[in-house]
Ligand binder design. Sequence first.
Ligand code: GLU
Ligand code: MG
Length: 463
Amino acid sequence: MTLVHTTGAEPGLLGPAAPGPSPAPCATPEELPMTEAATVFVATCDLAGQVRGRAVPSSDQGSALRSGTGWVPADLAISSFGPIAPNVFGSRGDLRLLPDPATGVDIPADGDTPALRLYLADQTLPDGEPWPCCPRTFLRNAVDELRERTGIEVTAAIEHEFVLGGLPAGPPFSLQRFRQAEPFGADLVRLLERTGLQPENWLPEYGDGQFEITLRPGTAMAAADRAVLLKELVRDLARRRGLPVSFAPLLDPDGAGNGVHLHLSLRDAEGRPLLFDPARPGRLSALGARFAAGILRHTPALTAWTAPSPVSFLRLTPHRWSAGGIFLAEHNRESLLRICPTTQLAGADPAAQFNLEYRAADATANPWLALGVLLRAGLEGLVRDYDVPTVWPEDTDDSVLAGVPALPSSLEEALHALEADEVVRSWFDPRLLATHLSVKRSELAQLAGLDDAARIRKVADVH
Ligand code: GLU
Ligand code: MG
């Protein structure tokens, strides 16, 4: 729970999208600044939600940016806990990890820890053609198809909650707890500003040792790239400060969950907001309601991508302020899709701030795929004839909402829903779909027989 859910609630926050986390978005490899770092790490994020890659000497940055570094298709099948899941790629095939210059961030040297430049990469075939199983390419294609078929541009922001260990107990949301996390907090905000991730709010959350960081909105790709980078920057800084950190969906079966909330707004080609219509229920435009209908219709299958760990569904239960069911509601933190509040302070325009928040995601997801499936589902809502969803008003009684459709109760159920949803399956290269199902079933098998507390610990060890 947060008292300060400001994403989308501050003047102009969801205004035209800001560029990505870039030191020089349009620079050629030769124009990019040199780095004091000895190494440049080129990374992807996989189906296990892990960031993997390899480094080159910084003197080879130019060549890495032009032609990438080597990579292996079967890497996509590595499970969260280490072992590789059965997959169609086997020991054959080669890829390139082709860095996107716009994603470069510099982590400065700190004590004995050397500086590092980090780039996020697309996975391509050796000739540079897109690899159809690349998660980042999946998001790019989703954004492009939404634009080509509807003219719509997406603005997005992704919020993260996480738990810092090793701090004294302090009251939720308190200044005391905020200060107990220093100098980590100030260092983190400074690092995020310096790396172009555009921090918005940094706050002590409800759970023990729980904190939240929100980043300013950007294009869909910038928001997902920042989500990948944010977790690594937080982990890297916490490690250097000797603070255990976890983004796992739960750390204790009865404790507060760590959510990832994805905020979306839609604009036309001229940047005019498309979701806002003060005359309609919840002020959600007819177009916005159809976009939401697509997400609501396919939610069970979507959760196999947005909440894909063996313990993710322990968080997605009522009365946790995560997502307690499949419904769209005004200002309700138990909804799957929350219509976020707006402010008129300082003459701010509600239309520019108005956004939908998808709450059934966590940090075990791949951000490119999580955002990509939401856009694909929204597009289905725009082009198909789905039922227009109810917008539950803010004052709807919980007893009424008890009747809304339930989320899957387990990852197994979500994977079955994915297999049963022909529309969702059609968005994926069959090898990507099969690998995801295999990785997730392998992760379930690796934790089989453990009780909830033990499974939660295993997931927390790797997230
Ligand atoms: N911790 C809640 C979750 O698991 C979110 C609380 C809030 O910030 O609204 O999603
Ligand atoms: Mg929160």
